[in-house]
Design a protein around this ligand. Structure first.
Ligand code: CAA
Length: 280
């Protein structure tokens, strides 16, 4: 697992240094931290960040490591300016049999993303297709550059979305828009996606990553337990009836009165000062 924060380039030997950089660059993801924000960057530029099994395994391991790390409050997944991800790796699957696919159990990794408790921001620029669009939809906030293009083009290669596309897209944008995309494989622009409710914000391509990081730092300054419970409550809305969801929300709301951060947050408001949250 590459960690841009820990890669050691401290060598005077130019060959060794070049080899270390090459090793680092060939990792399918790059992991960094910025104070309370954990960042994973997809890094398979030659194949438009196609989501190989290896990439997915390392991505999910990194997300779980951030989820377990008390110092990290918010996670950002980013692609490059050119591409977020052009889907599952078609080479990985092209000659697979049903049994290969069954044994591979690739979607178990996606189930693990669903269990991450900290907010995940997707910083999307360029193509977000197939599994790429589904990965963005596994995140909690989608920041899209003006160049982002979303699509579920699996129909063009003889299959259908397999990592939740038919379900999450339909819940996000409604049956008729989802049908239009899933049955034709057409791509939609960032602005269309924003209009449809698939994207949280559209930002200039030059600073899509900085915009996502700025938002992550803003969130990370909030009370960490409240952040996690807020995510849990919003996600519950997709899985339950309104009355059960409201009941669930109320219980989480009451539960937060057991935290020091609730006392601190309300005291800071009344004393007109900045709250100093401790995650307790
Ligand atoms: N898997 C593997 N390799 C991929 C890939 C993918 N999903 N997408 C692109 N690549 C590779 C191409 O094969 C090409 O490699 P070579 O240079 O070795 O030929 C390289 O990335 C650059 O791609 P293109 O030359 O095709 O670039 P382009 O700019 O002409 O087109 C594109 C860009 C429209 C995104 C086109 O690459 C494309 O249509 N990609 C496939 C998109 C797709 O069908 N995604 C769904 C995959 S299935 C899925 O995701 C299932 C699921 O639900 C989990």
């Amino acid at each position: 697992m590459a960690d841009a924060g820990s890669i050691s380039l401290k060598t005077t030997n130019p060959k060794k240094r070049a080899a270390r950089i090459a090793d680092h660059m060939s990792e399918p993801i790059i992991i960094e931290t910025q104070s309370h924000v954990g960042i994973v960057t997809l890094n398979r530029p030659d194949v438009l960040n196609a989501l190989s099994l290896d990439l997915m395994t390392k991505l999910v391991d990194a997300l779980e490591a951030f989820d377990d790390d008390k110092n990290i409050h918010v996670i950002v997944i980013s692609g490059s300016e050119k591409v977020w991800a052009a889907g599952a790796d078609i080479k990985d699957m092209a000659n697979a049999s049903v049994i290969d696919m069954y044994e591979r159990n690739q979607f178990a990794r996606w189930e693990r993303i669903k269990r991450i408790r900290k907010p995940i921001i997707a910083a999307v620029s360029g193509y977000a297709l197939g599994g790429g669009c589904e990965l963005a939809m596994h995140c909690d906030v989608i920041i899209a550059s003006e160049t982002a293009k979303f699509g579920q083009p699996e129909i063009n290669i003889g299959v259908i979305p397999g990592a939740g596309g038919t379900q999450r897209l339909t819940r996000a944008i409604g049956k008729f828009r989802a049908m239009d995309m899933v049955l034709t494989g057409r791509f939609i622009t960032a602005h269309e996606a924003h209009r449809f409710g698939l994207v949280s914000r559209v930002v200039p391509k030059e600073n899509f990553r900085e915009s996502a990081l700025k938002l992550a730092h803003e969130m990370a300054a909030r009370a960490p337990i409240a952040l996690r419970l807020a995510k849990e409550a919003v996600l519950k809305a997709a899985e339950t009836s309104l009355s059960e969801g409201l009941e669930y929300e109320r219980k989480l709301f009451y539960m937060l009165f057991a935290t020091e951060d609730q006392k601190e947050g309300m005291a800071a408001f009344l004393e007109k000062r900045k709250a100093d949250y401790r995650g307790r």
